[in-house]
Design a protein around this ligand. Sequence first.
Ligand code: PEP
Ligand code: MG
Length: 564
Amino acid sequence: MSASPPAATARTSALHGTPVVPGVAYAPALVVRGEVSAEAIARFDGSAYDEERALAAYDEAAEAVAEGFARRADKASDAAAEVLTASAGLARDKGLRSAVRKHLRSGDDVLAAVHAGVEQFVQVFSSMGGLMAERVTDLRDIERRVVAHLVGEPEPGVQMPEEPAVLVAEDLAPSDTATLDPAVIVALVTERGGPTSHTAIIARQLAIPCVVGTAGAMSLTAGAPVLVDGVAGTVESSPDPDTARKLVEADRAEREALVSWGGPGETADGTRVKILANVADGESARGAASGPVEGVGLFRTELCFLNRSDEPSSEEQASIYGEVLAPFSERYVVVRTLDAGSDKPVAFATHEGEENPALGVRGLRLSFGNPDLLVRQLDGIAAAARTTGTETWVMAPMVATVAEASEFASAVRARGLKPGVMVEVPSAALLAHRMLEVVDFLSIGTNDLTQYTMAADRMATDLAHLTDAWQPAVLQLIAITAEAGRQSGKPVGVCGEAAADPLLACVLVGMGITSLSMASAAVRPVGARLAGVSMDTCEDAAEAALSASDPMAARDAVRRVLGG
Ligand code: PEP
Ligand code: MG
């Protein structure tokens, strides 16, 4: 890594990407290349190794990689340490070693055998479904590191700098993001990846300004200072230093003001907007409860069961849900029923071997062939609501028809709870007014609504320009849904990642959205942004966004309206 500032101060035109975490940063670029150099691989002579020596070389390399992960785990905080320990375990995995040995036996040289062995595991993890995709990134990361040891190169990936730097990479592996220190890495810029990519999610949690999907990022000069604007989505190489420092200072002052925001959510002229938290379990609920939120807008119940092979009984479910409801006994919690399938495989619910899981039997659809799954879950939720006394709303994911919404609503009302549905499928948005005749509230899942509107896989890093909630077609569907809420007088919230974008939050409120639910780290930036604008300005911002021709133009137009 070279992070020394260059002499050149000539300005270059800015690169553009998708802004995912607001904030301005100015520091030398730390350009991380994820690959082992092609020259080193070409120089390596695998034919000099017989099978036994090749396996010994693999063992030594895999152990060195595992030890590196374990050393970093020792210095890392809880969640990061878990990720790194898991990576160390995978590098030492006996099954992976056997796969490598099998390929050595069949005559591959050591590099080819490592590649084929890893590939075999990649196939297995890929066929298990979406969330396992992160393990695939881990596997490829391990392969690169093992290969680096074999050919005598330093391991690729992020080596933490001593001085503040902007981290620039094609995309980041989970093991890279696990130890990011926001005091040193002042911004993240990736060439690939979209708003729901792993890099974006981690950056949001750590509140590090971040721009993803930035074409040309990897051609930035290592060590040259860059100015990153996580609101505009721009990355400028060698800007005027005085101007850059002033922009960073203004951003710092603005961010300090955010910390003092203490809710409740409202516009400058007093229109109330509920600011809510997205949670996954008791621990995250307790963390969120200490912040200025009026409740939980999305409890993703399936995340409690990703490691379970058997379905928990209603009683056990009640105690798991109770952990989330209890910290909010004076507020309220929106519980989402199991959204298993596609990117969230749950062993006891997900259908195996679907051709196209994102368009298959996922979410509420799982209850069509297995109604008792939903019955047991609703019983568990109702019991937790009774025990904790927490006001509990219940919504279903992946609802496509009014009949589905109606049937779900009856089952929820029969248990004394408030029913709603998520708007994630374009058909639900187009029929929002009819959905609201049968349910008490709607919650827009902009992650899936964007995926299904644009026919672009939310995990596909090459389609980041399409998987963007600022796309005009997505905004239109949100506006239709919000308007249906206005006319019926019933609440319509947003609980996808779009709610965590302070700029887009103003647009959503201008459309008539009544609540915004997001990761805890986004609560203050969104709340403070809304507090600074009037409802009229939000409505103007909504109009500007809806009239724009593409996401970039929409962001620019909204920034002009909001004056920042
Ligand atoms: C969404 O799709 O926007 C949503 C909130 O659900 P998830 O991200 O859990 O699919
Ligand atoms: Mg969803």
